[in-house]
Design a protein around this ligand. Structure first.
Ligand code: NAI
Length: 338
């Protein structure tokens, strides 16, 4: 029997890169029935709503989704679809593995780290006020429940995957209460996981240490904004946003999506690298394998991973990585290498 998975093509390059992932899933023998749903700018046309209730309901029902990026207007307009989705389904943990890949040469080697980002609060709570003309406040929210929950997630993840160290990034010297709570909760959770090394770094110094030698980091644990920024920084170590996948995990549902956005500068030109979404698909298939004992998904994940490693090793690359292939050509090579 096939597994139902919600597919949100999203905006900009979203439809191009998600259709590449769907083609890979099919060619690799993953037994998936895609339920196509709308979200983002494209949903405004069909539903007059950037995040239609039926999209949320479908994810509640299938409990799993592959999502393309959604555009968010700057400085006004509707609230981020991504933030709304993560909050409405309580997808509290963003997991972003960042790894050096064969055939992609950057100034860094042996990068193998995971960014864990708290996804539901911090400065993304969207509580902003005009105090008076020209004076704005933006509220950073930290709750003991969410800080403890994300730390527990990180330590459980580390233990399950044999990771050795977690570094909490913070600015508790300035945001003494909110970031202070974040690291206090992390430290309390760490005390129960003596098999995993734990350390804390102030975010500015951590960024310097990251760019000096990212291979010294294993897992970084961040509140929402720091996690957002650090994810893109770390993507730069391994070739850029075209090669970093992600998952948003909640208690009941999981939504898999690349770290990158809708890339309006290259949208519709068949230039986007679909690998980050394909890698997110591999994470989705592995999730199905571990949570639902889906053997077809496990086998398809292994085949896709082997195919992209082989493709990159052979020097077949998209333009963002210095290659010549467009989205369609790269997808065809991947399928040929399955
Ligand atoms: P972006 O990630 O879309 O693009 C940044 C740069 O990376 C651009 O030059 C783009 O061409 C390049 N890039 C991104 N993905 C690529 C890929 N797969 N292949 C080749 N090049 C790629 O970030 P930006 O420009 O800051 O945001 C654009 C829109 O995306 C905004 O509306 C933003 O709010 C939204 N966004 C959505 C996200 C999501 O849906 N999860 C995440 C991040 C941003």
């Amino acid at each position: 029997m096939s597994t139902q998975v919600v597919l949100i093509p999203g905006d900009g390059i979203g439809p191009e890169v998600t259709s590449s992932a769907v083609a890979l899933a099919e060619a690799a023998g993953a037994n998936i029935e895609w339920i196509r749903c709308h979200a983002g700018e494209s949903a405004l046309e069909s539903h007059d709503d950037v995040l239609p209730e039926e999209t949320i309901d479908q994810i509640r029902s299938t409990r799993i989704a592959l999502k393309g990026p959604c555009t968010t207007p700057l400085g006004g307009g509707y609230a981020s679809v991504n933030v709304q989705l993560r909050k409405s389904l309580n997808l509290y943990a963003a997991v972003r593995p960042v790894r050096s890949l064969p055939g992609i040469h950057t100034r860094y080697q042996d990068v193998d780290m995971v960014v864990i980002r708290e996804n539901t609060e911090g400065l993304y709570s969207g509580i902003e006020n005009v105090i008076t003309d020209g004076v704005i406040t933006s509220l950073k929210v930290a709750t003991e429940t969410a800080c403890t929950r994300i730390a527990e997630f990180a330590f459980e993840y580390a233990r399950a995957r044999g990771r050795r160290k977690i570094t909490s990034l913070h600015k508790a010297n300035i945001m003494k209460l909110s970031d202070g709570l974040f690291i206090r909760c992390a430290k309390e959770v760490a005390a129960g996981y003596t098999d995993i090394e734990y350390e804390e770094l102030i975010i500015d110094a951590a960024c310097m240490k990251l760019v000096q030698d990212p291979s010294k980091f294993d897992m970084v644990l961040c509140e929402n904004l720091y996690g957002d920024v650090v994810s893109d920084l770390c993507a730069g170590f391994v070739g850029g946003l075209g090669v970093v996948p992600g998952a948003n995990i909640g208690r009941d549902q999981a939504v898999f999506e690349a770290v990158h956005g809708s890339a309006p500068d290259i949208a519709g030109s068949n230039k986007a690298n679909p690998l980050a979404v394909i890698m997110s698909l591999v994470m989705l298939l592995n999730h199905l394998a571990s949570t639902r004992s889906d053997q077809a998904a496990a086998a398809a994940a292994d085949r896709i991973k082997a195919a992209y490693n082989k493709t990159l090793e052979s020097g077949s690359l998209t333009m963002d990585l210095g290659g010549r292939l467009d989205t369609t050509e790269f997808t065809d090579v991947l399928i040929g290498n399955l």
